[in-house]
Write a protein that binds this ligand. Structure first.
Ligand code: GTP
Ligand code: MG
Length: 200
């Protein structure tokens, strides 16, 4: 897929106020600072469609971007940000989980994982929650440019081994970098395939 148009549509705290025009949605989520907004800019070939920051917690709302007039790309706030208040954590949990559970047009959730980290409890808990809730998801490893080729392979295989302890079938996985654009074409092709096969 080539992205020829991408525009910001709306930010929300309430899934009920998200666009209601029936277009399929692909959401991006993961720990704060994992690189969600950067990946969205890479996928759309835009420098600052989604706001990025070296300070965790930049994205705090459900953000809808309309892509090629066909589908929505949704940037969700990150989790696992140590400095955030308990009240914000609770708000995040309700807002995001309601969105994920109740959005009928949510077609796939991409869970982003920093390739440099060993499997983290909060990522695994979130992945398990998605699985138990029956929400289709894929995994995108980010920041692959920060490790050598061998370490990237080793880190991915450690992660998948950890998932195998709980899950018989593994989700699709992608390895990306917003610096080198690695994985961009694969992710876009995957989205295109889903749209071609499921959306009439
Ligand atoms: P929140 O909105 O705060 O949850 O963060 P986010 O997940 O949207 O992360 P964001 O895209 O803002 O990136 C966080 C930091 O990581 C920024 O300083 C980015 O420049 C950096 N970063 C993101 N992706 C990559 C990548 O692929 N490679 C490298 N080297 N740095 C990256
Ligand atoms: Mg962000």
């Amino acid at each position: 897929m080539k992205i020829t148009s991408s525009k910001f549509v709306i930010s929300n705290t309430d899934y009920l106020k998200c666009p209601e025009d029936g277009r399929p949605e692909f959401a991006f989520i993961g720990r704060s600072n994992v690189g969600k907004s950067s990946l969205i800019n890479t996928l759309t070939d835009r420098k600052s469609l989604a706001k990025t920051s070296s300070t965790p917690g930049k994205t705090q709302l459900i953000n809808h971007f309309l892509i090629n007039d066909v589908w929505y790309l949704v940037d969700l706030p990150g989790y696992g940000w140590a400095k955030v208040s308990k009240a914000f954590k609770e708000k995040w949990e309700i807002m995001t989980k309601e969105y994920l559970r109740k959005r009928e047009k949510l077609t796939c959730v991409f869970v982003l994982i920093d390739i440099r980290l060993s499997p983290q409890a909060n990522d695994l808990a979130f992945i398990n929650w998605l699985g138990e809730a029956g929400i289709p998801f894929s995994i995108i490893f980010t920041k692959a440019d920060k490790l050598s080729k061998l370490k990237v392979e080793a880190s991915m295989s450690t992660y998948l081994d950890t998932l195998r302890e709980t899950w018989e079938e593994l989700p699709p996985t992608f390895c990306t970098s917003s610096v080198t654009q690695r994985g961009k074409d694969e992710v876009l092709k995957y989205i295109q395939n889903i749209i071609d096969n499921t959306v009439k």
